[in-house]
Write a protein that binds this ligand. Structure first.
Ligand code: SF4
Length: 284
């Protein structure tokens, strides 16, 4: 661990064009766009305040690497002073390459911690064979991270969910939960003790994938636990990809709609007083 922050070296991995100048131009454009989107989301939702200690949750997947990268970048030019503390939870899944994240974080020169907690064995013991383990696993992970945040004076917890995750969650809730809700860019935990932020809320997954290729992040595969990927989410991903092929920009349009809600045009009596609705004028 060290306290001085350093830039993340750009290692060109898979240039998108054979012309190196064009590739560099495209890379610069992509990085600028992602920085702008993170800055905008942080501002729109008041995600970061002066003096914040932000726990950046790193899973080893592309999104969390990108989040740390972009937040470090934002910190260099932000008008407020805040600290970033990268935290990974080692759930003791068989084959987890425990040296990868420490080696990566050490070269960034930021404060980092790895929490070691064998939630894997608990989940395997408790969940019957053949049943999905993700529900219990996620709850245990969340509980452990919240506890660490509380004990270490973190004022915010940053998660790497992006725009596509938000839209997919909206459809999961719509199709399987009969409720109109998604995944907010900022939320207070149920116990009121934590503020969770999602600085990648305005970033598209395709852009983050591209950034991961360019930066050559040392990705840790997410299927080490042997669990199947969430099938319902995969179905929704496919549905959105099909729509996107027919009408490019549809996912973005759905995301914009989530920030442009008209309660009087929906049917929730708790959100709008339909029974009290009366004419404002009797003139014809
Ligand atoms: S895929 Fe594995 S590690 Fe990820 S939430 Fe599910 S059980 Fe946990």
């Amino acid at each position: 661990m060290s306290s001085t922050e350093a830039s993340i070296p750009i290692r060109l991995h898979k240039p998108s064009s054979r012309d190196p100048r064009k590739a560099k131009y495209n890379t610069d454009k992509l990085v600028k766009r992602l920085r702008r989107q993170v800055g905008q989301a942080v501002m729109d939702y008041g995600m970061i305040e002066d003096g914040d200690r932000i726990m950046v949750c790193l899973s080893g997947g592309k999104d969390s690497y990108a989040m740390l990268d972009l937040l470090m970048n934002l910190k260099r030019s932000a008008p407020v002073d805040f600290s970033l503390i990268a935290v990974n939870l080692d759930q003791k899944q068989p084959g987890f390459p425990e040296h990868v994240l420490p080696a990566y974080l050490e070269q960034l020169g930021i404060e980092w911690h790895v929490i070691e907690k064998d939630t894997y064995s608990v989940v395997k013991r408790v969940v019957p064979e053949g049943k999905t383990t993700c529900g219990l696993c996620s709850r245990m992970r969340r509980g452990t991270l919240y506890e660490f945040a509380r004990e270490n004076g973190m004022s915010k917890i940053a998660l790497g969910h992006h725009l596509n995750d938000i839209v997919e969650t909206f459809f999961l809730n719509l199709f399987h939960g009969a409720s109109l809700k998604a995944m907010p860019p900022k939320l207070r935990s149920d116990d009121g003790q934590h503020i969770v932020i999602r600085p990648l809320a305005y970033c598209l997954e395709a852009d983050l994938e591209r950034l991961a290729e360019i930066r050559n992040y040392p990705i840790i595969p997410c299927n080490l636990c042997g669990s199947q990927a969430n099938l319902e989410r995969q179905n929704i991903k496919r549905m959105l990809a099909d729509w996107e092929r027919v009408q490019p920009g549809r996912t973005m349009s759905i995301f914009r709609a989530l920030g442009n809600v008209a309660p009087s045009q929906l049917c929730d009596t708790a959100l709008f007083d339909f029974t009290g609705l009366a004419r404002t004028s009797s003139e014809t």
